[in-house]
Design a protein around this ligand. Sequence first.
Ligand SMILES: Nc1ncnc2c1ncn2[C@@H]1O[C@H](COP(=O)(O)OP(=O)(O)O)[C@@H](O)[C@H]1O
Ligand SMILES: Cc1cn([C@H]2C[C@H](O)[C@@H](COP(=O)(O)O)O2)c(=O)[nH]c1=O
Length: 215
Amino acid sequence: MPELVFFSGTMDCGKSTLALQIEHNRSARGLQGMIFTRDDRAGEGKLSSRLGLVTDAVEVKDGQDLYAYLVDHLSHGGRADYVIADEAQFLAEEQIDQLARVVDDLGIDVYAFGITTDFRSKLFPGSQRLVELADRVEVLQVEALCWCGARATHNARTVGGVMVVEGAQVVVGDVNQADTIGYEVLCRRHHRRRMTAATARAAALSPDVLPVQRA
Ligand SMILES: Nc1ncnc2c1ncn2[C@@H]1O[C@H](COP(=O)(O)OP(=O)(O)O)[C@@H](O)[C@H]1O
Ligand SMILES: Cc1cn([C@H]2C[C@H](O)[C@@H](COP(=O)(O)O)O2)c(=O)[nH]c1=O
């Protein structure tokens, strides 16, 4: 049975790498995939991983009907043995419904990859719809770690290393961008306390917590 699978996790846990591996293994066996993405850091029409691999993809636009796109592609002699949708959190709810229809009406497997929640721990609309509709939700096995060593489950947005909780839901960016707007993965405890690696370091160096020196 064809499936809609949602591979979810925090930023930097290997989602795009897995998407590229699935693509590689299937294309090595002569299968042809349709790859969708939206707002990848590498630029328009790219699916990229931090391991340096990158492939071309169809950049999804606002209001684009993904089911109609597939039907048009197939009816013009194109092939699509499976579909990959990276950065699926950025897709609209309707576009996730269209991907479910690709599975049910065209009999094609759809593998979607994305972060579940935003920097305020709120579901992205696309991810919410995937959780609602997917046949399976798979949490990636390579766990990203919080600075404290616990499993990272949340994404923080940072400015100069300090966590912020106001702003637009979508701001394309990367982890390890200490000087500008960036992201850092944290465990829930430290996300709740807004404690990033930089603020934890600063707190550890603060005179308040240093051993008291006798005069
Ligand atoms: N220099 C490196 N050596 C080994 N693994 C790396 C290196 N840089 C990144 N990675 C791996 O790549 C993962 C990020 O992969 P990526 O597919 O870009 O993540 P995602 O799409 O989930 O944001 C990291 O969690 C780490 O496991
Ligand atoms: C938490 C959060 C992230 N984003 C952006 C930042 C990146 O461009 C992508 C995630 O990409 P990755 O391959 O999973 O690292 O999402 C955002 O726009 N808003 C957020 O709250």
